[in-house]
Design a protein around this ligand. Sequence first.
Ligand SMILES: *Cc1c(COP(=O)(O)O)cnc(C)c1O
Length: 377
Amino acid sequence: MRRKTKMIHGGITGDKETGAVSVPIYQVSTYEQAEAGKHSGFEYSRTGNPTRNALEKVIAELEEGIAGFAFGSGMAAISSVMMLLKAGDHVVFTDDVYGGSYRLMTKVLKQFGLAYSFVDTSDPELVEGAIKENTKALFIETPTNPLLKITDIAKMKEIAEQHHILFIVDNTFATPYYQLPLALGADIVVHSATKYLGGHSDVVAGLVVVNSNELAERLHFIQNSVGAILGPQDSWLLLRGIKTLALRMEAIEMNAAYLVSFLKDHPHVKKVFYPGLPTHPGYEIAKQQTAGFGGMISFDLGTASAAASLLERVKYFTLAESLGAVESLISVPAKMTHASIPRVRRQELGITDGLVRISVGIEDKEDLLEDLANGLQ
Ligand SMILES: *Cc1c(COP(=O)(O)O)cnc(C)c1O
């Protein structure tokens, strides 16, 4: 099955009993057993639910992994994955990782004895240098949020393999339509399915796919023990979202390329961050490891007030956190998604007060361009 076909015919489709072409929403907590301890695969919906199961199967196929797991949010998914580690272990992270992942590590997991380093993973030497005797995992995001930095996945796999550490990739930005980290050597892929996979700003969810039966067993044990599962209704919304992922990603990317070519020459724009620009430092690697550059664009307007005045003027870009939806969104990372990162740290990372991030939607590209042009006047 090719990629687009998989999104429609992958995993479990429809309902055998009735012929329904959409997987039913199994709004149920428990299942009748034929005899005590004898059930037909489902016993209790924390452990397994048919709607969630259909979603877990399709994401596993799309990411070319062994098994998928659905959680109540991206952070629930990432937290559950981190529970594969134990007190005393050290983790190397991409430095401009999602703010929530940074907060989880530095404020929550730290209390449980996990140690960490944040490094620029676009430089393999820095990653190599950050590995310690107790390093047990490497967690990267590529492209990153909001600077769209690119990390070489195959290179990271070499390092992870050499040091026998778990290699985890947050694939939220690229989606399995454009990037397949497991095929490039990652052990685990995590997603905030709230973003492109859901795609309609109507569900909060997280997904994980693993590349081995051993990891599948361990993660299922954690999913069932901790219980941060996705409900049947939200699982169904994701199943529906995934069916149009390919169409949405293609439309979004076309719009993004159109806007980038406008922004890069605009006199009020100091710098544009987009991995599809040949001047982007990660361009060559992005071209190799991804089938598309995606729909996230960041650009620096120099000052917080310039950013604020753009936000005030645009009408088709909704001022909101989150990304990856059919509607275009705009945000100022320093004040919104990355506010939980201390200002000094943000400055070090290049997340300036004048940095604006847009998540391009599927509107007419001319309307989006006119809107930005008007806002930037
Ligand atoms: C949004 C996001 C998360 C967190 O996901 P939630 O669904 O909001 O919990 C993690 N990683 C990335 C890259 C994200 O964009």
